[in-house]
Design a protein around this ligand. Structure first.
Ligand SMILES: NC(=O)c1ccc[n+]([C@@H]2O[C@H](COP(=O)([O-])OP(=O)(O)OC[C@H]3O[C@@H](n4cnc5c(N)ncnc54)[C@H](O)[C@@H]3O)[C@@H](O)[C@H]2O)c1
Length: 258
């Protein structure tokens, strides 16, 4: 595992799922961690469970004043800031034909404006500390299209665009900005839509994995830790798929040797 000793890492949406896993791995790698979320009890419990120094702060990523307060509290506690993970996100599964403007705006607000505010809020503290790393959690849905996730996918494509433009603007300040594109985070994220999913047909239609073992949230977290660490000092403005080869292409049974 990459080394995050002496680093202060700030994570959004870290009360559960992938954000909580990133927090656990960052703490195990030696970082001081600021956990933020809108789920206060769960967020505090994650902060209390970490092996290293940690704080919890309430942060709705769409709220500018809360961003300012949470970053200030982190610097007041730990003295500096070295990494920010824009992980908070919400899912919408719905056909485009019936998607309302209100539904679309809610997803774009959290996933895109939330990430934009996270990058923006990190600039001054990271610059004044001599640089740092921003990791934005996108998705394979931000790299290729899929039915039922048009607006969610658009929000994740937008995160990749924000990532590249921010990397170009901030490279001169030694601030790296990258995107992680997982195939899998918290499996419970689809729960609000389960009653609309025909699970058997869905599983049958899914592309067959390239790897024998499909990646999970721990793999996406490991990539995030690498991007937060100095081991990735040469990496900025890029997308890092953690998809087990899903988007590499497709396996054709019956061809010579297979
Ligand atoms: N679940 C998946 O299969 C999957 C796949 C690829 C990418 N992702 C991405 O991974 C990231 C983490 O998702 P997850 O899988 O852990 O799901 P999750 O639902 O468990 O986690 C999302 C977190 O974001 C928080 N959140 C929601 N709205 C917020 C707001 N306005 N302000 C602050 N926090 C807010 C939630 O409270 C929750 O803790 C998301 O960006 C998601 O899009 C998930």
């Amino acid at each position: 595992m990459a080394d995050l000793s002496d680093k202060v890492v700030f994570i959004t949406g870290a009360a559960q799922g992938l954000g909580a896993e990133i927090a656990r791995q960052a703490s195990a790698a030696g970082a001081s961690v600021a956990i933020t979320d809108v789920l206060d009890d769960a967020g505090r419990a994650i902060a209390d469970s970490l092996p290293g120094p940690a704080i919890y702060r309430h942060l709705d990523v769409t709220n500018e004043a809360q961003w300012e307060a949470a970053i200030e509290a982190t610097i007041a506690t730990f003295g500096t800031l070295n990494g920010v993970v824009n992980n908070a996100g919400i899912l919408l599964m719905a056909p485009l034909e019936t998607t309302t403007v209100e539904q679309a705006a809610a997803v774009l607000n959290v996933n895109v404006i939330g990430t934009m505010l996270g990058i923006r809020s990190a600039i001054i503290p990271l610059r004044s500390g001599g640089g740092g790393s921003i990791v934005n959690i996108a998705s394979i849905d931000g790299v290729s299209g899929m039915n039922s996730v048009s607006v969610y996918g658009a929000s994740k494509f937008a995160i990749r665009g924000l990532t590249k433009a921010a990397a170009i603007e901030l490279g001169r300040d030694n601030i790296r900005v990258n995107a992680v594109c997982p195939a899998m985070g918290n499996p419970m994220m689809v729960q609000p839509f389960l009653d609309q999913i025909d699970v058997a047909r869905y599983l049958d239609g899914m592309p067959k994995p390239i790897l024998r073992e499909a990646p999970d949230a721990t793999d996406a977290a490991r990539m995030t830790i690498f991007l937060l660490s100095d081991d990735s000092r040469g990496c900025t403005g890029a997308d890092y798929l953690v998809d087990g080869g899903w988007l590499a292409g497709h396996f054709c049974p019956g061809l010579p040797g297979f």
